[in-house]
Design a protein around this ligand. Structure first.
Ligand code: CU
Length: 488
């Protein structure tokens, strides 16, 4: 910020020196006037800033005057779940990843209180990209466990800004979840919308590969190589899917405050089945319209707005698409309301077309055979727990968390006559995949299920979970049964 501002000044000075003719134009420079006006915005009252956990944001500033805004943020180092059975020690601003959302307006004077909980093990600090000052506040906020640091800044530039920890090793502090967003609304506030949400992408680097159970340590070498095991929205796999999906009603105008904490990857943010009516590019003042995918750099943000026209589940992804379907960068927006066949017809015809592309694909098996020591389930409860974890990691995108499937695309597993009729057929499908038409509960499905690269133990667990959930037949599945089908 400081650098850019100085550079602008230098440029302006050079321009002024370069042509005396333009001297009067320089004196009345609009941006200088605006800048001075912002600095001079008076601050009369004091208020405590409302802070929210993702995916929620504080109340819009609307027409409120500039104030002295007290921000109280506590750093917490705490264990959380990356995905089923995978634990990770997150370092957080306010107990969540991303950290608490801070909402300000131009002209506010923010008095920032950064508190480092006494149970924490490390010192931290904060660099807010909305600050004009050395280190974005980092130099004034370096705080040891059990201490509090206070500094203040005048909010000058409207926009959506990232904040993050800047304590060495900086990359590691960010990789552990130390980032969030601070919004600076212009005078008079942003235009009102129906729903606002807070989403932030981050990449995580664990010693074990994706889905490997247990407490996972941070892997510095993977971080340096920028090869994350997890790329997620809001700190963990499935933070906004199933019951935690974002919601809206047909006709509503949605605004998403989207940030990218990195530390390594740039995001290609996209909502499947929607077009952004407006994008505040890089979170700044320039607005682009009718955008399919917007790039969000590491340490950057964007504000996207769109009206939802038809009901359905809209999937939010990083369109570097393996990150979405294999590393976790996937969220859901569930829209309820009236169909509008003029905007979207739904399926009109279903015919068979099978050239060479219709064959079943297999997931790569590399790694499955080399699995060092597989954690085995000894009890039914363990089978159910491990099975649920595996289901969440592998099956949930198509069959959904409650086994309902996706109408017209993926068959339900809940109360499924097809599933309950034949356990060996179910084992076979998990092991070898399935293509072609089947009828489930009276409805026809014609999709492709890929063969899953799962061990016998995994298949046993996941099918035990499926058969003993959602009103199914409670069939018992054993590793021996799976082995028998595999060797058939
Ligand atoms: Cu830190």
């Amino acid at each position: 910020m400081t650098l850019t501002f100085k550079k602008n000044l230098v440029t302006k000075m050079l321009l002024c020196l370069g042509g005396v003719v333009f001297l009067s134009g320089c004196v009345n420079d609009q941006s200088d006037k605006k800048y001075n006006d912002t600095v001079d915005i008076p601050v009369n009252q004091e208020m405590i800033a409302e802070l929210t956990s993702p995916p929620f944001v504080p109340t819009p500033v609307g027409k409120r005057m500039a104030k002295k805004l007290i921000v109280d943020l506590e750093i917490q180092e705490r264990e959380g779940e990356m995905t089923g059975g995978v634990k990770y020690v997150y370092w957080t601003f306010g107990g969540t990843v991303p950290g608490s959302f801070i909402r300000t307006r131009v002209g506010d004077e923010v008095e920032f209180h950064l508190k480092n909980h006494p149970d924490n093990k490390l010192p931290h600090n904060i660099d807010l990209h909305a600050v004009n000052g050395p280190g974005g506040g980092a130099e004034s906020s370096f705080v040891a466990p059990g201490h509090e640091k206070v500094f203040s800044f005048k909010v000058l530039n409207p926009g959506l800004y990232v904040y993050h920890c800047a304590t060495a090793p900086v990359g590691m502090h960010i990789a552990n979840g130390m980032y969030g967003l601070i919004l600076v609304e212009p005078e008079g506030g942003l235009e009102p919308v129906d729903k606002e949400y807070y989403i932030m992408q981050g990449d995580f680097y664990t010693e074990g590969k994706y889905g490997e159970r247990g407490l996972q340590a941070f892997d510095m070498q993977k971080a340096i190589n920028e090869t994350p095991d997890y790329v997620v929205f809001n700190g963990h796999v499935g933070a906004m899917t199933g019951d935690n999906a974002l919601t809206a009603k047909v006709g509503e105008k949605i605004r998403l405050f989207v940030g990218n904490g990195g530390p390594g990857l740039v995001s290609s943010f996209h909502v499947i089945g929607e077009i952004f009516d407006k994008v505040h590019i890089e979170g700044g003042s320039m607005i682009n319209e009718n955008v399919q995918t917007t790039m969000i750099p590491a340490g950057g943000a964007a504000i996207v707005e769109f009206r939802v026209d038809v009901p359905g589940t809209f999937i939010l992804v990083d369109h570097s698409i393996f990150r979405a379907f294999n590393k976790g960068a996937l969220a859901m927006l569930k829209v309820e309301g009236e169909e509008n066949k003029a905007i979207y017809s739904g399926e009109i015809r279903d015919g068979i077309y099978l050239p060479e592309g219709g064959a079943i694909q297999s997931m790569p098996t590399d790694g499955v055979k080399k699995e060092k020591e597989e954690v085995k389930a000894f009890t039914f409860e363990e089978r159910m727990k491990f099975g649920k974890d595996k289901f969440t990691a592998t099956c949930v995108a198509c069959h959904q968390a409650n086994g309902q499937g996706i109408p017209g695309a993926f068959p339900p597993l809940a109360k499924s006559d097809y599933l309950n009729a034949d356990v060996n057929r179910a084992i076979d499908i998990v092991l070898h995949g399935k293509t072609g038409e089947i009828t489930v509960n009276g409805k026809k499905y014609n999709s492709v299920m890929t063969a899953q690269a799962l061990s016998d133990e995994d298949v046993t667990n996941v099918l035990t979970y499926v058969y003993n959930s959602w009103g199914n037949s409670k069939k018992e599945v054993t590793p021996e049964m799976v082995q028998a089908v595999r060797n058939k």
